[in-house]
Design a protein around this ligand. Structure first.
Ligand SMILES: [Zn+2]
Ligand SMILES: [Zn+2]
Length: 368
């Protein structure tokens, strides 16, 4: 017996989302029925809507869900009805990397998160015209209810407002995890973030928590730089008016910056980030680019700098461990990500996407 849900459907490549009534099928033994309270909008939703990643359309996207468990499949032991949960990326749980605790690097990541199907090939969602891709990041959270895979589920403190927590599942985890789990800056060091959207803002807050004493935000939008200062940036640079590499050299007294995080995935920005590094500096990329995008770095005089370049997915986090830690930091006022959020109704989801793309709003969140 299926259930009717209201969902935002991505109908075809590059087309705006449409609000539709869909059928949600029966819960499988390894799934959790979540009554959605709020879902954040992330850049990855937009690039899948636009056909850059391979999820078959039509699809219900949404991968930063937060809600309340309504029912559990017979094999579920980690949550029970009534639990408050945040949803994050799915992983298979049985490949080499999952077994090693590197769930963000699951060997089956593309099928689990972008395949649009269960492992048996079925979808949980359908309309009169046929199946609709579901299980996007294990959840497809732009819907009033979803059948969610267990690896996407993170139980959270029920006293914390769920609408505020939605963006933790992807964007904020990505930025904060890159700093806490991969860059691991020592207290008293310097860190620059290129692009201070949701991911970059999370990295700035994390850098302050980690004890960085110089935290630089770089962005083309002055409004975002202003917010970056409010959440912990010690310096901001707008590359439209300032030479970024020269300015970073000035701020760091010629030493260069110890850690650089790029959220833009723009090749020219990555080159600037590399040029701004100190000796033994580290540059990390967390932004998604079109497959096939190339970047080139100077390797002559920069060899002696002994620098590191790495790519990071989902902040290299185990969401079930990491997200509750971010909630605790937020409760102590040390990770004030609520300053980034603007809420929208589901009917206004295309406006929310547009406001995010124009840079007007850092983190739109749909509240059901
Ligand atoms: Zn895996
Ligand atoms: Zn995302």
């Amino acid at each position: 017996m299926s259930t009717t849900v209201t969902a935002a459907v991505a109908p075809g490549t590059g087309q705006p989302l449409t609000i539709q009534q869909l059928q949600l099928d029966d819960l499988r033994p390894d799934e959790v029925r979540v009554h959605m309270v709020a879902t954040g909008i992330c850049h990855t939703d937009a690039i899948v809507r636009d056909g850059i990643y391979p999820t078959p359309l039509p699809a219900v996207l949404g991968h930063e869900g937060a809600g309340i468990v309504e029912a559990v499949g017979s094999a579920i032991i980690t949550v029970a009805p009534g639990d408050h949960v945040v949803l994050s990326a799915a992983y298979c749980g049985h490949c080499k990397n999952c077994r090693a605790g590197l769930v963000a690097y699951c060997e089956n990541l593309m099928a689990e998160d972008f395949g649009g199907r269960r492992r048996d090939g079925s979808t949980s969602l359908s309309s009169e015209t046929g199946p609709i891709s579901s299980h996007f990041f294990g959840q497809s959270a732009f819907a009033t209810r979803a059948n969610v895979v267990e690896t996407s589920i993170i139980k959270v403190d029920p006293t914390v407002p769920l609408a505020a927590l939605a963006p933790l599942g992807c964007g904020l985890q990505t930025g904060a995890g890159a700093v806490f789990n991969e860059l691991r800056p020592e207290a008293g060091t310097s860190l620059v973030v290129f692009g201070v959207g949701a991911v970059g803002s999370a990295a700035i807050m994390a850098a302050r928590v980690a004890g960085c004493t110089t935290v630089i935000g770089v962005d083309l939008h002055d409004s975002r730089l202003h917010l970056a200062e409010q959440i912990g940036a010690t310096h901001t640079i707008n590359p439209a008016t300032t030479d970024v590499v020269a300015e970073i050299a000035k701020i760091t007294r010629g030493e260069g910056v110890n850690y650089a995080l790029d959220t833009t995935a723009v090749p020219t920005v990555l080159r600037q980030a590399a040029a701004a590094l100190s000796i033994r500096g580290t540059l990390a990329l967390v932004g998604a680019a079109k497959p096939g995008t190339d970047v080139s770095f100077e390797i002559g005089s920069s060899l002696v700098k002994g620098w590191t370049f790495k790519t990071i997915i989902q902040g290299s986090a185990v969401p079930q461990v990491f997200i509750p830690r971010l909630v605790k930091l937020w409760q102590q006022g040390r990770f004030p990500f609520d300053k980034l959020i603007q809420t929208y109704a589901l009917d206004d989801i295309n406006t929310a996407f547009a406001d995010s793309e124009s840079g007007k709003i850092i983190k739109p969140v749909i509240v059901f």
